[in-house]
Design a protein around this ligand. Sequence first.
Ligand SMILES: *Cc1c(COP(=O)(O)O)cnc(C)c1O
Length: 445
Amino acid sequence: MAAPAPVFDTPDPGFADLLAQRPALSLDPMAGLMLEEVPLARIAAAHGTPVWAYSAATLRRRAGMLKAALFNAGLDASIHFATKANPSLAVVNLLAGEGLGADVVSEGELHAALAAGVPASGIVFSGVGKTRGEMRRALEEDILQLNIESAEEAAILSEVAVSMGRRARCALRVNPDVDARTHAKITTGLTENKFGVPIAMAPDLYARMCAMPGLEPVGIAVHIGSQITQGVASYAAAYQRLGDLVRELRAAGHPVLRVDCGGGLGISYRDETPASPEALAGAIRAGLGGLDVRIMLEPGRWICGPAGVLLAAVVIEKQSSDRRFVILDAAMNELLRPAMYDAWHGILPVAAAAFHAPVSPADVVGPVCESSDTFARDRALPALPPESLVAFLDAGAYGASMSSTYNARPLAAEVMVDGARFALIRERQDHAALLRGQRLPDWTG
Ligand SMILES: *Cc1c(COP(=O)(O)O)cnc(C)c1O
């Protein structure tokens, strides 16, 4: 079944609008579309397609903007990059160099964050289903804190810590029951969602955690959803409730040193107008300022989404009854967001001449055997002969990290651009790698 195409009540932004909003991208009359000072065509020539390219300057600039917003709001805050948005070692390493820690949701991400140079003292472990093995590894590494999502998990973490002769620094993730007004698949702060404990149960559970021999509760945490673009009202409501909870816990004699404010700040893929870091910092200050707690933030998408493009080549254009299909060498197994969330990504041609050529509506699709392998419907694009390049914009978050090898398609290469230089940061997977680890029992042949 083909998913219904998302319906918008505004026209798609044109090529010039898309470029104007994205400072790392520019159009050179000779070299075509550039990321910083590198023509995207050069990256494709050097490393083939599909290929992800990330702008180092954008990562640094956005990390700096967040830090400045928190600092200027007078907040004592640390930023922990949600590595699930982009776990590339080079990306996490660059952000660690900017002073960011990491928010991880699996032992694999913990392992990668440490390998990328994030100090254990900057790592937070989130997630509803941490295994005992994952808890053990986190305690061995002595990370900053584990965010606990249920009474059941608190009891198990305490048991694991006691068995290791340790006490686990932990925060209680509460579910504030606010609607982040984002896509249903990425809203997390409603009672119906699986995340955290209902805020009404938090005081009792926090008290019990303080009495558990293996736990050292250090604060509370919240994360209400992702790609939040409807202002900061839902953040403000959540932080107000957290502020009340901090006061209530302290009145009962419990220590609350930190409040982890989560992530979720949205970006503009099409024409959304998400809140600024300053507005987010203002909401934190309004709810939690003056409480003498250390503020933690776990942004993912906001930092790395706008830093990345996915570069693909046209395999063929196909006219089918009244529809024009542009078939690319990239597919849903690279960029899953359109299939999974009906997401809209800007698509720009790479050749300079294509920016001024006449356009007509096209469906942009991949070669995978699923109708949901559709990136865009009725997108105004110039004629795109075979092997011409296109760039998907804002693909730096939940792009490569959500890739699969469906249809036995090797994982794409990744490149980082910094000014006029660029470097391969992940090799394209080869076909042998797809078979590695598989075994043939002697009774299948
Ligand atoms: C996914 C996630 C984040 C990051 O979300 P973004 O929308 O990418 O900012 C932060 N914290 C937790 C607990 C998460 O699950």
